[in-house]
Design a binder for this molecule. Structure first.
Ligand code: C5P
Ligand code: MG
Length: 161
């Protein structure tokens, strides 16, 4: 098997008042709006999880966590990532994440002040240093003001199989 695999994932959620805004496992403090979702709506972790599955042709997170299943209401997206990590372990064996490159599109609030905190949180979840978590932020230029979207590429290495 090739030792390096690239993956890509995407996710989007609507934004509503009265919900937390969680990105990459990090809760954005004092956000006036958060993601409307069945789970905690962490679009960055959802896109990352899909990207990791795509490295190995293992489908997407909807297969493991159908939105129609009421048991998954309010689900912490870190559980989704952990499930993906163990699915990859079962199918492939030992793998490591080489680096992550992500873009989050969100008009407000500004995410720049939280870049390092998100890099650290995501790095800890993946077992890599923050410098391997590339994060770009973009506004939609007002075209999608009630919308948060994440796009993620990931490079993974198969260590043993
Ligand atoms: O999308 P745009 O090019 O207008 O973004 C300008 C800057 O604003 C970028 O440097 C980006 O990092 C930052 N930004 C941010 N938080 C957002 C959206 C953009 O810090 N929610
Ligand atoms: Mg999602």
């Amino acid at each position: 098997m090739d030792s390096l695999r690239i993956g890509f994932g995407e996710d989007a959620h609507g934004l509503v008042t009265g919900r937390r805004l969680v990105l990459g496992g990090f809760e954005i403090p004092l956000s006036p709006r958060g993601a409307a979702a069945h789970s905690d709506g962490d679009a960055l972790l959802h896109a990352l999880s899909d990207a990791m599955l795509s490295c190995f042709g293992l489908g997407d997170i909807g297969q493991y966590f159908p939105p129609s299943n009421p048991n998954y209401a309010g689900l912490d997206s870190q559980v989704i990532l952990q499930t993906v990590q163990s699915r990859i372990h079962d199918a492939i064996g030992e793998t490591t994440v080489v680096n992550v490159a992500a873009v989050v599109t969100l008009d407000r609030p500004k995410l720049g002040p939280h870049r390092l905190a998100i890099q650290r949180t995501l790095g800890e979840l993946l077992g890599i240093e923050p410098g391997r978590v590339g994060l770009g932020f973009k506004t939609s230029e007002g075209l999608a003001p009630r919308h948060v979207q994440a796009r993620v590429t990931v490079l993974m290495r198969v260590e043993a199989f």
